[in-house]
Design a protein around this ligand. Sequence first.
Ligand code: HEC
Ligand code: HEC
Length: 340
Amino acid sequence: MYKAEGCIVFVLILLSLIACGDDKNIDRLPYPDLMDFPTYFDAMNVPEDNPYSYERWEIGKALFYDPILSRDSSISCADCHKQELAFSDNVAVTPGVDGLLGTRNAPTLANVGFQPYYLTEGGLPTLEMQVLVPIQEHAEFDFNIVLIAERLRNSSYYNDWIEDVFDRKPDSYVITRSIATFERSLISAQSPYDQFIQGDEEALSESARAGMDLFFSDALSCSECHGGPNFTTYAFENNGLYEVYDDPGRFRVTNDPSDIARFKVPTLRNIEFTAPYMHNGSQQSLDQVLEHYNTGGFSHMHKSELIRPLGLSPQELNQLEDFLYSLTDRNFKDNPLFKP
Ligand code: HEC
Ligand code: HEC
């Protein structure tokens, strides 16, 4: 098993060398390299009618970066999901059209293609459907997908390109399928932690390894919720952030009172770049988050039993933090393929 993984890493390194040697070829790396991920990842959730194609991906990337999607053409997806921040943002709530503010923090899109459902309440089963949310939200694009399709048809640049690739005029199908295709390529799997589990013992410092042991220990239980290749089980949990929440969380889609203030467990990959934290961006730093877990948080009727005072020493907190920093994937945030 390690051999096969080592081989993939080797191929990746080779490819990156080739890419560095010849800049012209960078954005022409063909399928399937763009969609490669390690064998210890889960299978990706890809709808049958939208298999990966590089041609769709290119259109999706162009639309992701194009403010043409917003009502007044002022902002794009990338204004809230910034590559240099692992496709998240560094303010609690990013303003949409007319400066209108929503209530939630823009999460990272790293490995978003592996998620079984979307948004913190988990109400949407596919990335294709999720595209409609920012388009319609008043505090995001405040627009309408039919009117976006009309704009694209009126642009000879997009109209000809889309007809060429999809064999149809720009419409909702094209917009949702192409953007989702781009999002599925946002794969982050080259952190020091990944190198470590692929056999490179040197990839983690002694302190990060001690932090890893703590993270996966029964004494801390972090991995009970943040387990698996993406450091989330995708369960809906309450981690004791407040006694009273403004946000109903999972209850929003189920209307089941036992789901009040439960939120989808977020990935911890690239956590170094995704501050501020939690569904509303209320925690400013990793230190603050770890302090929260160390004290056990506030009591809420749905708080998980796993959230309780941990009694970690300053040194253990540092080790845990060093481990979390080992989930940083610089190749992901700097990947020239993802730039506009
Ligand atoms: C004004 C800021 C803003 C814009 C513009 C925006 N987003 Fe988001 N995005 C957010 C916020 C905030 C959330 C979290 C929403 C929630 O959980 O309810 C989010 C969530 C998501 C998610 C779900 C991630 C998850 O973990 O469940 C995806 C996927 C996504 N956005 C993609 C996009 C795409 C594609 C675009 C452009 C079509 C876009 N976003 C435009 C702020 C924005
Ligand atoms: C009972 C499940 C559970 C356990 C155990 C748990 N977490 Fe979490 N964690 C969550 C949930 C749910 C959130 C998001 C809460 C929200 O959005 O308000 C979260 C958020 C976080 C975040 C912020 C992520 C972001 O992008 O906003 C970090 C960092 C984190 N947890 C680290 C840890 C560490 C370290 C441990 C162990 C000490 C741990 N968690 C234990 C459920 C859990």
